[in-house]
Design a binder for this molecule. Structure first.
Ligand SMILES: Nc1ncnc2c1ncn2[C@@H]1O[C@H](COP(=O)(O)OP(=O)(O)OP(=O)(O)O)[C@@H](O)[C@H]1O
Ligand SMILES: [Mg+2]
Length: 263
């Protein structure tokens, strides 16, 4: 699997190709339509923000990609579905244990780390799909270079770390498999503004150093916009604005969406 992933990297097409594309995707939970005909594209090397109020459907987009949310009936007429590098992902393949070897990792909302395990054990869990122990060691070393503050804490129980440090562990754990695209659900949740800034700086650094595509879900954080290449704003399961960070700010959508003026 690992070799397959490397080979895929070597035979990479042009920079900027679509890695993941959602075409006309809908998700319903019982009577609740969490996503309503959503089309988005995440390209190689891009940082993309998914923004919008509580319940807008942000997490559902990431879960749908990762195989953790049910898609409504797809239609062949409009080619609806989720695509990985131009190929539609079948329902059989749309499961976390297939997504990770393909090069997609999800760092879910809120669930940070296994508190009773050490930092190192948490990182190793991220590499559970890597069969080769020496490769795992290499990857741990690589992520420690990105997050040097974790090095002195490797053998400490994760619950003893601060909230910001735990979030760094969660992100580092997501990086162990060296994904092509990292899906981060509210990495700033519950963190102080200064720590949020640090998390965003790390995201930007990972993107620049490794050319990794990163999709980051956030509520209403204009401070995220300067580091992103593209942003989508969701409201009630629909994309209401998309564009470059500044375009989104200029659209005035924040005021409308967050004050409920789109009712
Ligand atoms: N497992 C589930 N069962 C039933 N309804 C769900 C489930 N998960 C999400 N929903 C509903 O789907 C809608 C979208 O939820 P989602 O978690 O995607 O929102 P979100 O934009 O991530 O919100 P938040 O900012 O609060 O995390 C909400 O109305 C939510 O109640
Ligand atoms: Mg969410």
């Amino acid at each position: 699997m690992e070799n397959q992933h490397k080979n895929q990297k070597e035979t990479l097409g042009e920079k900027g190709e679509n890695l993941i594309e959602l075409k006309h995707v809908s998700v319903s939970y019982g009577g609740v339509k969490a996503l309503d005909d959503v089309s988005v594209a995440f390209r190689e090397g891009e940082i993309v923000a998914l923004m919008g109020p509580n319940g807008a459907g942000k997490s559902t987009i990431l879960k749908a990609i990762f195989g953790l949310a049910p898609l409504s009936e797809t239609s062949s007429e409009n080619h609806s579905g989720i695509y990985w590098r131009q190929n539609k992902i079948s329902e059989e393949m749309r499961q976390p244990h297939h997504m990770v070897p393909m090069g997609i990792t999800l760092v879910p909302q809120g669930k940070r780390v296994f508190g009773n395990l050490t930092v190192l054990e948490n990182l190793e869990i991220g590499g559970i799909t890597l069969k080769d122990r020496s490769l795992l060691k290499e990857r741990v070393e690589e992520v420690l270079q990105l997050f040097p503050a974790l090095r002195s804490k490797l053998h400490q129980k994760s619950r003893e770390l601060s909230g910001g440090q735990q979030q760094m562990v969660a992100i580092a754990r997501g990086l162990i498999t060296d994904p092509r695209i990292l899906l981060l659900d509210e990495p700033s949740l519950g963190l102080a503004p200064k720590v949020v800034q640090e998390v965003f700086e790390k995201i930007s650094e990972i993107n620049k150093k490794k050319g990794m595509a990163i999709v980051v879900v956030e509520h209403n954080l204009k401070s995220l916009l300067p580091i992103v290449h593209k942003a989508y704003v969701l409201d009630k399961g629909k994309i209401v604005v998309e564009g470059k960070g500044q375009d989104v700010v200029d659209s005035g959508i924040f005021k409308k969406v967050f004050l409920g003026a789109l009712e």
